[in-house]
Design a protein around this ligand. Structure first.
Ligand SMILES: [Zn+2]
Length: 442
């Protein structure tokens, strides 16, 4: 095993797990991780200024040769998600041992996202070893709580940089991947570059009813009302919308698409309806063209012969850019058509992020670097349906791009956050190469 893979294995062995409940957090693992980085990357720690933010996040500053230029920020996160209850025995190799087998390194964080964090450190250490100094200043921003929303890590880092009047030329964070285009009829690899991420909104719906004995049930029950509401919501989705991001994505993919789809896109104005229909059919593309609503928690009843007086439903909603909260609530009110069901906001919402500029020099440079390291791939801008730390950096940068040089095959797509997370040793080497190229190209 190369020393680089060995370093990633050691990083996996430190279980920096984020828990929703702060009382479950083991902060010692984060301090241990900091120490591991200091021991493993002596040149980075000698030539860069390292700051701890909120004690657990790290900000590295590698000063460039030209201080007039705006810096570039490479973001990654230190934390990983826990192993879901009852799934530990499903792992082929234990999740926190960093085992290499079958040309893969296995473990929690190998894909999301210690491979990028360690990849960045490896690239920088190698460049420093050659006496390299970047043209413009480079920051490494390593948050510690991305998996639980990033408020104490990345958000604080972005605010600190903003307070120092720093404007970044580009932010590169996790998000886009290298995927096989076969699913959409493209016989090449596609690199998706996230230029925007959807917002989130969580709503609670509540129905109340008369309680009593279940032997004399009334026509109307709390559970029945909520069940009707779920059905109405699922059969009446919000309207589809071809956002500028989706159109830009298809414009990039167009020369490589099958003829029928190419024709539809060329005539978007005429055929927007057909395109929306095609894209609605697949869950993944459907999520790119509409604000989605998913029922995630349903609670009611405690005893088999008692009519519950209350039923509660949680809806997790992902907002398209331009979609506001009131619009969604009004839509739900209208489709459930039941004024007796209460609707309230369950958790502070986030609107979709701004849209990064794909006509910027930064975007072109990123695409050029991708082509250098992964020749023959098709780069396309993309909308992220999930959330990343990068949304906080719009405060100090308009070129925030979510791209990680991870090859995500169909077979591997459920492994991040799931069971048997793993990265191939060759892909890890590519990740390091990519960061090396980008650090030189900037
Ligand atoms: Zn991640």
């Amino acid at each position: 095993m190369s020393s680089m893979a060995d370093h990633l294995a050691k990083a996996i062995q430190i279980p920096t797990i984020s828990h929703q409940n702060p009382n479950e957090m083991d902060y010692k693992t984060f301090h241990k991780f900091h120490q591991f980085l200091a021991n493993t990357y002596p040149l980075c720690h000698k030539h860069m200024k390292v700051e701890k933010i909120n004690q657990l996040s790290l900000l590295y500053k590698w000063e460039g040769r030209d201080l007039q230029l705006n810096p570039i920020i490479f973001a990654a996160h230190i934390d990983v998600v826990p192993i879901a209850h009852g799934t530990l025995q499903d792992w082929t190799y234990p999740p926190f041992e960093g085992i290499v087998a079958e040309d893969y390194l296995w473990g929690r964080g190998t894909m999301d996202c210690k491979c990028f964090l360690i990849g960045l450190m490896e690239a920088a250490e190698a460049l420093l070893n050659q006496g390299f100094q970047p043209h413009r200043t480079i920051y490494f921003a390593f948050g510690h709580d991305e998996e639980v929303k990033g408020f104490n890590g990345a958000k604080q880092i972005a605010e600190l940089l903003a307070s120092r009047n720093i404007q970044a030329e580009m932010v590169i964070d996790e998000g886009g991947f290298i995927i096989n285009g076969a699913a959409i009829g493209i016989h090449k690899n596609i690199t998706t570059i996230g230029i925007c991420e959807k917002g989130t909104l969580t709503l609670q719906l509540q129905a109340t009813a008369q309680g009593g004995h279940s032997s004399i049930p009334p026509k109307r029950t709390a559970i029945g009302e909520i069940a009707k509401a779920i059905d109405r919501i699922q059969t009446h989705p919000l309207p589809a919308e071809l956002t500028p991001i989706t159109l830009a994505m298809f414009k990039s993919l167009m020369p490589h698409l099958p003829a029928a789809l190419r024709f539809a896109i060329k005539n978007t104005w005429l055929l927007a309806g057909i395109m929306k229909k095609i894209l609605s059919k697949n869950d993944v593309t459907n999520a790119l063209i509409r604000t989605t609503i998913a029922p995630t928690i349903l609670q009611s009843g405690t005893k088999e012969n008692v009519l519950p007086q209350e039923a509660r439903l949680i809806l997790n909603i992902r907002l398209l850019p331009g979609q506001n909260v009131d619009g969604v609530i009004n839509h739900i009110r209208k489709v459930i058509a039941n004024p007796e069901i209460g609707i309230e906001i369950y958790e502070a919402p986030f609107l979709a992020s701004p849209i990064s500029d794909i006509n910027s020099e930064a975007y072109h440079l990123l695409v050029k670097t991708i082509q250098e390291v992964f020749p023959g791939t098709v780069a396309a801008p993309n909308l992220l349906t999930g959330m990343t730390d990068s949304r906080f950096y719009y405060k100090i940068c308009k070129n925030v791009f979510r791209f990680s040089p991870l090859r995500l095959s169909n077979e591997d797509k459920d492994r991040p956050h799931g069971t048997n997370e793993r990265i191939s040793l060759s892909n890890f080497q590519e990740i390091i190469d990519f960061y090396l190229h980008l650090m030189k190209n900037i």
